[in-house]
Design a protein around this ligand. Sequence first.
Ligand SMILES: [Zn+2]
Length: 385
Amino acid sequence: MTSSLERLRDTNRRSITSLLAAEGPMSRADLVRGTGLSRTTVSSLVGDLISTGHVVETTDRGRPHKGGSGRPPLLVALSTPAGGVAGVDIGHGHVRVAVADRVGTVLAEETAEVDVDEDGAVALDRAARMVRQALQAAGLELSDLHAVGMCVPAPLDRRSASIRTGILPGWRELTPGDELHRRLGVPVFADNDANLGALAELGQGAARGSSDLVYVKVASGLGAGIVLGGRLHRGASGIAGELGHVQVDEDGQVCRCGNRGCLETLVSAPRLLALLQPAYDVPLSIERILALDDDGDAGVRRVLSDAGRAVGRALADLCNNLNPELVVVGGSLGASTSLGEGIRAAVDRFAQPDTAAALTVVSGDLGDRAEVVGAVSLAIARVSV
Ligand SMILES: [Zn+2]
């Protein structure tokens, strides 16, 4: 029978390995600070973990040592099992692939602009080719690949893992995970893009240490990933967080979901570009819009702030119901200051005052890489189960 002392050592060993998984290599002193355990306990548990092969000692912090003269400090790191995993982020207009080792260090990354919405099979062929290219760049073979995590910009039915809605016309009734599995011959786990963005920001980005948050992806589409009590909330059939399809104008533009006046018809990167372009002589891009926002350009600031207010109005209702501590704004437009300010202003205006006071609104740390990083994490989580 396991004694309570052994159970406690188990729990403490897990706090050390989770901290190393989240933070990378650390000194024993940092582990003492990070876990709140005593120096003697940390030293003894690290000894256990080294003898079982779970962790190794290293002087490599993964970044240059800035300590001036003298030897670099001895660190403790999770040992890396052989082989790798891949993350595949399929957006409306791009495919991004990352190949990583088994602890999530990205070894190679590929991005391509692809008209994903038009034809699912073509986009999946391209994604499979990019996985093979990224493996080659990382010095790995297909036989080294343990699993692939992937995301698609549409809700995935929780039971069938297929896309049921018309949001991606060329993907209707496709099961993306099975399709990519057929092309690569390794296990593939699929989820919605905003869900994986939320997981990435929670594990490695702006939401580290939070347990109740909403991740809002503002890109070619608009979606949200909801984390409650530290766990992703997918809902009964897997489609929780469809913030982009909150109706804001009953008689508005027809949305790709088939409804009218959805929030996404007002706030999406292509829509905002189309709104701004007539007032500018040069062709606008998302990068250009973000630069103009930083420069204080009046038109861009107005449009992004209005877009933020529209998102914040819908978020205020969600926040009244869920009482999150954090909203992380991600996607290609997530870094916009005016968008963030607009969201904050509308939440303050429309959410219940105590709900608004408990809430912080920040930009994501991982930018438009959040989804691919989340896809890598999903693959690692499924392999180690
Ligand atoms: Zn819609």
